[in-house]
Design a protein around this ligand. Structure first.
Ligand SMILES: *[C@@H]1O[C@H](CO)[C@@H](O)[C@H](O)[C@H]1NC(C)=O
Ligand SMILES: *[C@@H]1O[C@H](CO)[C@@H](O)[C@H](O)[C@H]1NC(C)=O
Ligand SMILES: *[C@@H]1O[C@H](CO)[C@@H](O)[C@H](O)[C@H]1NC(C)=O
Ligand SMILES: *[C@@H]1O[C@H](CO)[C@@H](O)[C@H](O)[C@H]1NC(C)=O
Ligand SMILES: *[C@@H]1O[C@H](CO)[C@@H](O)[C@H](O)[C@H]1NC(C)=O
Ligand SMILES: *[C@@H]1O[C@H](CO)[C@@H](O)[C@H](O)[C@H]1NC(C)=O
Ligand SMILES: *[C@@H]1O[C@H](CO)[C@@H](O)[C@H](O)[C@H]1NC(C)=O
Ligand SMILES: *[C@@H]1O[C@H](CO)[C@@H](O)[C@H](O)[C@H]1NC(C)=O
Ligand SMILES: *[C@@H]1O[C@H](CO)[C@@H](O)[C@H](O)[C@H]1NC(C)=O
Length: 291
Protein backbone atom coordinates (compact mmCIF):
# COMPACT_ATOMS: atom_id res chain seq x y z
CA UNK A 1 0.00 0.00 0.00
CA UNK A 2 2.67 2.42 0.96
CA UNK A 3 4.10 2.52 -2.53
CA UNK A 4 0.98 4.30 -3.60
CA UNK A 5 1.73 7.36 -1.55
CA UNK A 6 3.74 9.75 -3.57
CA UNK A 7 5.55 12.89 -2.91
CA UNK A 8 6.07 15.55 -5.44
CA UNK A 9 9.01 17.61 -4.59
CA UNK A 10 11.35 18.80 -7.25
CA UNK A 11 10.69 18.96 -10.90
CA UNK A 12 7.62 19.50 -12.89
CA UNK A 13 5.55 16.43 -13.12
CA UNK A 14 7.41 13.88 -11.15
CA UNK A 15 4.27 11.99 -10.53
CA UNK A 16 6.38 9.04 -9.77
CA UNK A 17 4.16 7.29 -7.67
CA UNK A 18 1.82 8.94 -6.06
CA UNK A 19 0.50 11.50 -3.90
CA UNK A 20 1.97 14.39 -3.02
CA UNK A 21 1.97 17.12 -1.16
CA UNK A 22 -0.60 19.01 -2.45
CA UNK A 23 -1.15 22.31 -3.70
CA UNK A 24 -4.16 24.13 -2.83
CA UNK A 25 -7.22 22.88 -4.40
CA UNK A 26 -10.51 24.31 -3.36
CA UNK A 27 -12.77 26.56 -5.25
CA UNK A 28 -9.91 28.38 -6.91
CA UNK A 29 -9.71 31.28 -4.50
CA UNK A 30 -6.67 33.47 -4.96
CA UNK A 31 -5.04 34.46 -1.73
CA UNK A 32 -5.02 38.03 -0.47
CA UNK A 33 -1.85 39.33 1.20
CA UNK A 34 -3.44 39.15 4.65
CA UNK A 35 -4.47 35.51 4.23
CA UNK A 36 -0.97 34.22 4.77
CA UNK A 37 1.63 36.99 5.25
CA UNK A 38 4.03 34.35 6.61
CA UNK A 39 4.01 32.16 3.55
CA UNK A 40 7.34 31.50 1.84
CA UNK A 41 7.83 30.10 -1.66
CA UNK A 42 10.75 27.74 -2.27
CA UNK A 43 12.09 27.84 -5.81
CA UNK A 44 15.17 26.68 -7.67
CA UNK A 45 16.82 29.66 -9.34
CA UNK A 46 16.39 28.20 -12.80
CA UNK A 47 12.68 27.47 -12.35
CA UNK A 48 9.66 29.72 -12.58
CA UNK A 49 7.51 27.68 -10.20
CA UNK A 50 7.63 26.95 -6.48
CA UNK A 51 8.49 23.33 -5.72
CA UNK A 52 7.37 23.66 -2.10
CA UNK A 53 5.79 26.05 0.36
CA UNK A 54 7.15 27.07 3.76
CA UNK A 55 6.44 29.37 6.69
CA UNK A 56 8.31 32.23 8.33
CA UNK A 57 8.50 31.81 12.10
CA UNK A 58 10.20 33.55 14.97
CA UNK A 59 11.06 36.72 13.10
CA UNK A 60 12.37 39.87 14.66
CA UNK A 61 12.96 43.24 13.09
CA UNK A 62 15.27 46.01 14.09
CA UNK A 63 14.30 49.64 13.79
CA UNK A 64 16.05 49.88 10.44
CA UNK A 65 13.69 47.13 9.24
CA UNK A 66 16.49 44.62 8.96
CA UNK A 67 14.73 41.46 10.06
CA UNK A 68 15.76 37.92 10.80
CA UNK A 69 13.73 34.77 11.19
CA UNK A 70 13.48 31.09 10.41
CA UNK A 71 11.79 29.27 7.60
CA UNK A 72 10.10 26.00 8.53
CA UNK A 73 9.04 23.48 5.92
CA UNK A 74 8.84 19.75 5.30
CA UNK A 75 12.06 17.73 5.54
CA UNK A 76 11.27 16.33 2.11
CA UNK A 77 11.55 19.84 0.65
CA UNK A 78 15.12 20.29 1.92
CA UNK A 79 16.64 16.88 1.73
CA UNK A 80 18.85 16.36 -1.29
CA UNK A 81 18.22 19.71 -2.92
CA UNK A 82 21.07 21.82 -4.30
CA UNK A 83 21.12 24.41 -1.52
CA UNK A 84 23.06 26.97 -3.48
CA UNK A 85 20.25 27.24 -6.01
CA UNK A 86 17.46 27.67 -3.49
CA UNK A 87 15.49 30.90 -3.58
CA UNK A 88 13.05 31.73 -0.78
CA UNK A 89 10.60 34.61 -1.04
CA UNK A 90 8.15 35.88 1.55
CA UNK A 91 4.58 36.77 0.58
CA UNK A 92 5.09 36.16 -3.11
CA UNK A 93 1.46 36.21 -4.21
CA UNK A 94 2.43 36.04 -7.87
CA UNK A 95 5.65 34.28 -8.82
CA UNK A 96 5.62 35.87 -12.27
CA UNK A 97 5.76 39.41 -10.86
CA UNK A 98 9.25 40.20 -9.56
CA UNK A 99 7.97 43.27 -7.72
CA UNK A 100 5.85 41.14 -5.39
CA UNK A 101 7.27 39.55 -2.27
CA UNK A 102 10.32 40.04 -0.10
CA UNK A 103 13.48 38.10 -1.04
CA UNK A 104 14.95 36.24 1.91
CA UNK A 105 18.70 35.93 2.34
CA UNK A 106 19.28 32.32 3.25
CA UNK A 107 21.91 31.25 5.75
CA UNK A 108 22.94 28.14 3.85
CA UNK A 109 24.91 26.77 6.81
CA UNK A 110 21.79 26.63 8.94
CA UNK A 111 19.88 23.95 7.05
CA UNK A 112 18.50 21.41 9.46
CA UNK A 113 16.40 18.37 8.70
CA UNK A 114 14.89 16.41 11.58
CA UNK A 115 17.35 13.68 12.58
CA UNK A 116 14.59 11.09 12.60
CA UNK A 117 12.95 12.07 9.34
CA UNK A 118 11.91 8.91 7.52
CA UNK A 119 11.24 9.51 3.84
CA UNK A 120 9.45 6.22 3.57
CA UNK A 121 7.00 6.63 6.46
CA UNK A 122 6.99 10.47 6.30
CA UNK A 123 7.57 10.59 10.06
CA UNK A 124 9.25 13.71 11.46
CA UNK A 125 8.80 15.53 8.18
CA UNK A 126 10.14 18.90 9.28
CA UNK A 127 13.16 21.06 8.51
CA UNK A 128 14.37 24.60 9.07
CA UNK A 129 16.78 27.26 7.89
CA UNK A 130 17.65 30.77 8.98
CA UNK A 131 17.04 33.90 6.93
CA UNK A 132 17.38 37.64 7.12
CA UNK A 133 15.58 40.20 5.03
CA UNK A 134 14.96 43.82 4.47
CA UNK A 135 11.35 44.53 5.36
CA UNK A 136 10.29 46.84 2.59
CA UNK A 137 6.92 47.74 4.02
CA UNK A 138 6.17 51.37 4.51
CA UNK A 139 4.35 50.54 7.69
CA UNK A 140 6.75 49.54 10.42
CA UNK A 141 4.11 47.48 12.24
CA UNK A 142 3.69 45.20 9.24
CA UNK A 143 7.27 44.01 9.49
CA UNK A 144 6.73 42.48 12.90
CA UNK A 145 3.58 40.71 11.79
CA UNK A 146 4.95 38.45 9.13
CA UNK A 147 5.76 35.38 11.15
CA UNK A 148 3.31 32.77 12.32
CA UNK A 149 3.40 31.45 15.89
CA UNK A 150 4.32 27.83 16.24
CA UNK A 151 2.62 27.53 19.61
CA UNK A 152 -1.09 27.96 20.15
CA UNK A 153 -2.10 29.96 23.19
CA UNK A 154 -4.27 27.20 24.59
CA UNK A 155 -4.21 23.43 24.72
CA UNK A 156 -5.73 21.97 21.63
CA UNK A 157 -7.91 18.95 22.05
CA UNK A 158 -9.89 17.27 19.34
CA UNK A 159 -13.22 18.34 20.82
CA UNK A 160 -12.22 21.89 19.83
CA UNK A 161 -11.62 21.03 16.17
CA UNK A 162 -15.10 22.17 15.20
CA UNK A 163 -14.27 25.62 16.52
CA UNK A 164 -10.93 25.94 14.80
CA UNK A 165 -10.72 27.59 11.41
CA UNK A 166 -7.87 26.10 9.47
CA UNK A 167 -6.67 27.59 6.21
CA UNK A 168 -4.06 26.44 3.79
CA UNK A 169 -2.26 28.37 1.05
CA UNK A 170 0.17 27.36 -1.65
CA UNK A 171 1.36 27.54 -5.25
CA UNK A 172 0.62 23.91 -5.94
CA UNK A 173 -1.59 22.41 -8.56
CA UNK A 174 -5.28 23.24 -8.52
CA UNK A 175 -6.17 19.91 -10.03
CA UNK A 176 -4.37 16.62 -9.61
CA UNK A 177 -1.78 16.35 -12.40
CA UNK A 178 -2.88 19.77 -13.65
CA UNK A 179 -0.65 22.65 -14.75
CA UNK A 180 1.84 24.46 -12.53
CA UNK A 181 0.57 27.64 -10.88
CA UNK A 182 2.24 30.98 -10.38
CA UNK A 183 -0.41 32.60 -8.21
CA UNK A 184 -0.91 31.82 -4.53
CA UNK A 185 -4.21 30.14 -3.70
CA UNK A 186 -5.86 29.83 -0.33
CA UNK A 187 -8.56 27.62 1.05
CA UNK A 188 -10.23 26.71 4.33
CA UNK A 189 -10.22 23.04 5.24
CA UNK A 190 -11.66 21.07 8.17
CA UNK A 191 -9.37 19.38 10.69
CA UNK A 192 -10.07 15.67 11.01
CA UNK A 193 -9.68 13.72 14.22
CA UNK A 194 -6.93 11.14 14.57
CA UNK A 195 -9.56 8.44 14.86
CA UNK A 196 -11.18 9.56 11.62
CA UNK A 197 -7.89 9.56 9.74
CA UNK A 198 -6.73 6.31 11.20
CA UNK A 199 -9.88 4.70 9.90
CA UNK A 200 -9.35 6.16 6.45
CA UNK A 201 -5.64 5.43 6.15
CA UNK A 202 -3.78 2.30 7.00
CA UNK A 203 -2.50 2.34 10.62
CA UNK A 204 0.98 1.99 9.23
CA UNK A 205 0.56 5.16 7.21
CA UNK A 206 -1.20 7.66 9.44
CA UNK A 207 0.49 8.13 12.82
CA UNK A 208 -1.85 10.22 14.93
CA UNK A 209 0.71 11.14 17.57
CA UNK A 210 2.92 13.06 15.16
CA UNK A 211 0.61 13.78 12.22
CA UNK A 212 -2.67 15.61 11.77
CA UNK A 213 -4.93 15.36 8.78
CA UNK A 214 -7.23 17.91 7.26
CA UNK A 215 -9.23 18.38 4.13
CA UNK A 216 -12.47 17.52 2.42
CA UNK A 217 -13.57 16.37 -1.02
CA UNK A 218 -12.16 18.94 -3.43
CA UNK A 219 -10.31 20.86 -0.72
CA UNK A 220 -6.73 20.45 0.35
CA UNK A 221 -3.18 20.62 -0.80
CA UNK A 222 -1.84 19.12 -4.02
CA UNK A 223 1.54 18.63 -5.67
CA UNK A 224 4.03 21.39 -4.88
CA UNK A 225 2.07 22.48 -1.81
CA UNK A 226 4.30 20.33 0.35
CA UNK A 227 5.94 22.13 3.23
CA UNK A 228 3.29 24.84 3.30
CA UNK A 229 1.41 26.09 6.33
CA UNK A 230 -1.88 24.94 7.76
CA UNK A 231 -2.74 28.02 9.83
CA UNK A 232 -5.30 27.66 12.59
CA UNK A 233 -7.43 30.10 14.52
CA UNK A 234 -9.77 29.48 17.40
CA UNK A 235 -13.00 31.05 16.28
CA UNK A 236 -14.48 31.63 19.72
CA UNK A 237 -11.74 34.01 20.64
CA UNK A 238 -10.27 36.00 17.84
CA UNK A 239 -7.82 37.65 20.16
CA UNK A 240 -5.86 34.44 20.11
CA UNK A 241 -3.29 34.66 17.38
CA UNK A 242 -3.24 32.18 14.57
CA UNK A 243 -0.73 29.41 14.88
CA UNK A 244 0.97 26.86 12.66
CA UNK A 245 -0.97 23.68 13.26
CA UNK A 246 0.47 21.64 10.43
CA UNK A 247 3.08 21.40 7.68
CA UNK A 248 1.83 19.74 4.48
CA UNK A 249 3.52 16.37 4.26
CA UNK A 250 1.76 13.87 2.01
CA UNK A 251 -1.53 12.71 0.65
CA UNK A 252 -3.21 10.19 -1.54
CA UNK A 253 -4.38 12.12 -4.52
CA UNK A 254 -5.45 15.73 -4.18
CA UNK A 255 -8.68 16.84 -2.56
CA UNK A 256 -9.60 13.23 -1.93
CA UNK A 257 -12.34 13.36 0.70
CA UNK A 258 -11.65 9.81 1.78
CA UNK A 259 -7.91 10.38 2.09
CA UNK A 260 -7.47 13.85 3.58
CA UNK A 261 -4.02 15.43 3.29
CA UNK A 262 -1.60 14.58 6.07
CA UNK A 263 0.41 17.28 7.84
CA UNK A 264 3.26 17.12 10.31
CA UNK A 265 1.55 17.89 13.64
CA UNK A 266 3.88 20.65 14.59
CA UNK A 267 1.91 21.44 17.78
CA UNK A 268 3.23 18.15 19.14
CA UNK A 269 5.40 18.98 22.16
CA UNK A 270 8.36 17.04 20.78
CA UNK A 271 8.39 19.06 17.56
CA UNK A 272 8.04 22.38 19.36
CA UNK A 273 10.98 21.47 21.57
CA UNK A 274 13.00 20.36 18.56
CA UNK A 275 12.35 23.65 16.75
CA UNK A 276 13.13 25.74 19.83
CA UNK A 277 16.35 23.85 20.42
CA UNK A 278 17.52 24.25 16.83
CA UNK A 279 16.74 27.93 16.79
CA UNK A 280 18.31 28.59 20.16
CA UNK A 281 21.49 26.76 19.20
CA UNK A 282 22.04 29.11 16.27
CA UNK A 283 20.46 32.25 17.59
CA UNK A 284 22.32 32.55 20.88
CA UNK A 285 22.72 36.24 20.33
CA UNK A 286 19.08 37.03 19.60
CA UNK A 287 17.32 38.37 22.66
CA UNK A 288 13.70 38.27 21.60
CA UNK A 289 12.17 34.91 20.92
CA UNK A 290 8.64 34.77 19.60
CA UNK A 291 8.11 31.07 19.28
C1 LIG B 1 -17.19 28.19 -4.42
O1 LIG B 1 -17.19 29.50 -4.95
C2 LIG B 1 -18.44 29.92 -5.37
C3 LIG B 1 -18.29 31.26 -6.07
O2 LIG B 1 -17.22 31.99 -5.54
C4 LIG B 1 -19.38 29.99 -4.15
O3 LIG B 1 -20.64 30.42 -4.56
C5 LIG B 1 -19.47 28.63 -3.52
O4 LIG B 1 -20.23 28.70 -2.35
C6 LIG B 1 -18.09 28.11 -3.18
N1 LIG B 1 -18.21 26.74 -2.71
C7 LIG B 1 -17.64 26.32 -1.61
C8 LIG B 1 -17.85 24.89 -1.28
O5 LIG B 1 -16.97 27.05 -0.89
C1 LIG C 1 24.29 30.72 10.02
O1 LIG C 1 24.05 29.42 10.49
C2 LIG C 1 25.16 28.86 11.18
C3 LIG C 1 24.82 27.42 11.49
O2 LIG C 1 23.61 27.33 12.21
C4 LIG C 1 25.44 29.69 12.41
O3 LIG C 1 26.57 29.17 13.09
C5 LIG C 1 25.71 31.13 12.02
O4 LIG C 1 25.84 31.92 13.16
C6 LIG C 1 24.54 31.65 11.19
N1 LIG C 1 24.86 32.97 10.73
C7 LIG C 1 24.04 34.00 10.94
C8 LIG C 1 24.47 35.31 10.39
O5 LIG C 1 22.99 33.87 11.55
C1 LIG D 1 11.17 4.08 8.07
O1 LIG D 1 9.82 3.70 7.87
C2 LIG D 1 9.69 2.39 7.34
C3 LIG D 1 8.21 2.14 7.20
O2 LIG D 1 7.64 3.01 6.33
C4 LIG D 1 10.29 1.36 8.26
O3 LIG D 1 10.19 0.11 7.64
C5 LIG D 1 11.73 1.71 8.51
O4 LIG D 1 12.24 0.84 9.47
C6 LIG D 1 11.84 3.14 9.03
N1 LIG D 1 13.24 3.47 9.16
C7 LIG D 1 13.77 3.79 10.31
C8 LIG D 1 15.22 4.14 10.30
O5 LIG D 1 13.11 3.86 11.36
C1 LIG E 1 20.84 42.59 8.31
O1 LIG E 1 21.85 42.69 9.30
C2 LIG E 1 22.80 41.62 9.32
C3 LIG E 1 23.69 41.79 10.50
O2 LIG E 1 24.01 43.13 10.72
C4 LIG E 1 23.55 41.63 7.99
O3 LIG E 1 24.47 40.56 7.97
C5 LIG E 1 22.55 41.45 6.85
O4 LIG E 1 23.20 41.53 5.62
C6 LIG E 1 21.45 42.49 6.92
N1 LIG E 1 20.43 42.09 5.98
C7 LIG E 1 19.82 42.94 5.18
C8 LIG E 1 18.80 42.34 4.27
O5 LIG E 1 20.07 44.12 5.18
C1 LIG F 1 0.43 43.65 13.80
O1 LIG F 1 -0.64 44.28 13.14
C2 LIG F 1 -1.62 44.81 14.01
C3 LIG F 1 -2.72 45.38 13.16
O2 LIG F 1 -3.07 44.51 12.16
C4 LIG F 1 -1.00 45.86 14.89
O3 LIG F 1 -1.99 46.32 15.80
C5 LIG F 1 0.14 45.25 15.66
O4 LIG F 1 0.80 46.24 16.38
C6 LIG F 1 1.14 44.61 14.72
N1 LIG F 1 2.15 43.92 15.50
C7 LIG F 1 3.44 44.10 15.33
C8 LIG F 1 4.35 43.30 16.18
O5 LIG F 1 3.88 44.87 14.50
C1 LIG G 1 -1.96 22.78 28.94
O1 LIG G 1 -1.79 21.48 29.45
C2 LIG G 1 -0.62 21.35 30.26
C3 LIG G 1 -0.46 19.90 30.68
O2 LIG G 1 -1.36 19.08 30.09
C4 LIG G 1 -0.74 22.26 31.45
O3 LIG G 1 0.43 22.17 32.24
C5 LIG G 1 -0.91 23.69 30.98
O4 LIG G 1 -1.12 24.54 32.07
C6 LIG G 1 -2.08 23.81 30.03
N1 LIG G 1 -2.08 25.15 29.47
C7 LIG G 1 -3.18 25.87 29.33
C8 LIG G 1 -3.02 27.22 28.73
O5 LIG G 1 -4.28 25.48 29.66
C1 LIG H 1 -8.26 32.46 3.03
O1 LIG H 1 -7.57 32.62 4.24
C2 LIG H 1 -8.21 33.45 5.17
C3 LIG H 1 -7.30 33.66 6.32
O2 LIG H 1 -6.78 32.48 6.79
C4 LIG H 1 -9.53 32.86 5.56
O3 LIG H 1 -10.16 33.66 6.52
C5 LIG H 1 -10.36 32.76 4.31
O4 LIG H 1 -11.60 32.20 4.64
C6 LIG H 1 -9.65 31.96 3.27
N1 LIG H 1 -10.40 31.96 2.04
C7 LIG H 1 -11.06 30.92 1.63
C8 LIG H 1 -11.75 31.04 0.32
O5 LIG H 1 -11.12 29.88 2.24
C1 LIG I 1 -14.45 10.91 8.71
O1 LIG I 1 -14.87 12.27 8.71
C2 LIG I 1 -15.63 12.62 7.56
C3 LIG I 1 -15.87 14.12 7.60
O2 LIG I 1 -16.36 14.50 8.83
C4 LIG I 1 -16.90 11.82 7.52
O3 LIG I 1 -17.63 12.14 6.38
C5 LIG I 1 -16.54 10.35 7.48
O4 LIG I 1 -17.73 9.57 7.55
C6 LIG I 1 -15.63 9.99 8.63
N1 LIG I 1 -15.20 8.62 8.43
C7 LIG I 1 -15.08 7.77 9.40
C8 LIG I 1 -14.70 6.38 9.03
O5 LIG I 1 -15.28 8.08 10.57
C1 LIG J 1 -14.39 30.82 11.25
O1 LIG J 1 -15.23 30.39 10.22
C2 LIG J 1 -16.58 30.73 10.44
C3 LIG J 1 -17.41 30.09 9.36
O2 LIG J 1 -16.79 30.19 8.12
C4 LIG J 1 -16.71 32.24 10.43
O3 LIG J 1 -18.06 32.60 10.68
C5 LIG J 1 -15.84 32.79 11.52
O4 LIG J 1 -15.85 34.19 11.47
C6 LIG J 1 -14.43 32.32 11.37
N1 LIG J 1 -13.67 32.73 12.51
C7 LIG J 1 -12.46 33.23 12.38
C8 LIG J 1 -11.78 33.55 13.66
O5 LIG J 1 -11.93 33.42 11.30
Amino acid sequence: MRGAYYFLVLGVSITVGAVSVPNVIGNNTKAAAEDAPWIVSLQMEQDDFAFCGATLINSNCREDKNCSGWVITAASCLEGIPRDSLIATLGNLDLSDPSVGIPLNINRSSFTVHENYNASSHENDVGLFKVDFDCNSDEATTCGNFSLNIKSQFNITEDLYDKINASFAGWGLLVEKGPLQKVLYNTSIPLRTDKNCTSLYDHEVFKGDSMICAGAAGFGPCSHDTGGPLACQYEENEKFDKWLCGIASFGDGCGNGNKPAVFTDITNKNFIEWVEKKITETDESVNVRRF
